[in-house]
Design a protein around this ligand. Sequence first.
Ligand code: GLU
Length: 303
Amino acid sequence: MYVGRLAPSPTGRIHLGIARTSLAAWLDARAAGGVLLLRIEDIDTDRCVKGAADDIMRDLEWLGLSWDYGPDTGGPHAPYTQSERTDRYLAALDVLGQQGRTFLCTCSRKEIALTASAPHGPSDEGPRYPGTCRDAFRPRPGRNPAVRLRTELGDVITHHDRALGALDQDVHAAVGDFILRRTDGLWAYQLAVTVDDLAQGVTTIIRGADLAGSTPRQLLLRRLLDADAGPVDTLHVPLMLGEDGQRLAKRSGSTTVAAHREAGRRPEAVLGELATGLGLVPEGVEVGAEALVEAWRKLHARA
Ligand code: GLU
């Protein structure tokens, strides 16, 4: 049974890049006759904006992108808001701890940068963790420890992404011991998203290509948390670039869905533009989401 998800972070209004990724996730779920859930990813409280989740839902609805389960409707795997699921993250940390796979770390970012062998790691984690606290806890007054995953030789992931092809990685060698819970107590995205995708039965992940690098870490956690978990299908949608060739930032106001609506554009005109970006229709076409399902099916026909 296909289960897909929309997983926006309520950090502001959605821009056309996120709308396009959401359209892709919606079309894939509909083309597969599957279920689509909406999960609000609001664990990074520093970045979340009050009221943004409601705005996101309104923008998606305006575009005609509906979901089967979400914070507004409930569903079999509620709650659909991450800040209400933190007990699950704690339980997962416990499972990993029992496997000897966690350790407490009191290193500061600066110390890691200084001791790391390479200044920049291949991931958003920063440089590969040099292993300072790996074998002995170093309590330091006034500093709350972070929790890291103890990666090991053999933590190798092989995965084929529908858009990008091979996303293979030796997580231990390339990323090292990554953060599960931050020193400020906030849950790391990698842990929260993996726990939720597992618990909510997600079979297909469609998201922006900026998150492709996270996939091996999430697949490793998935394997550790549930050895019987089925494979997960991924499709990382190429990022949409602005006219200046830069990535669309959430802050560039004119590219939000809301700005287009307020400028009097019809949802079909915006959807047409997004669909052109996905290679589904020629430029300048106005089209509803439903009418794109067949084109998506043809373009993404699976063997
Ligand atoms: N919440 C993440 C974001 O908005 C997406 C997470 C995911 O799709 O895995 O960037």
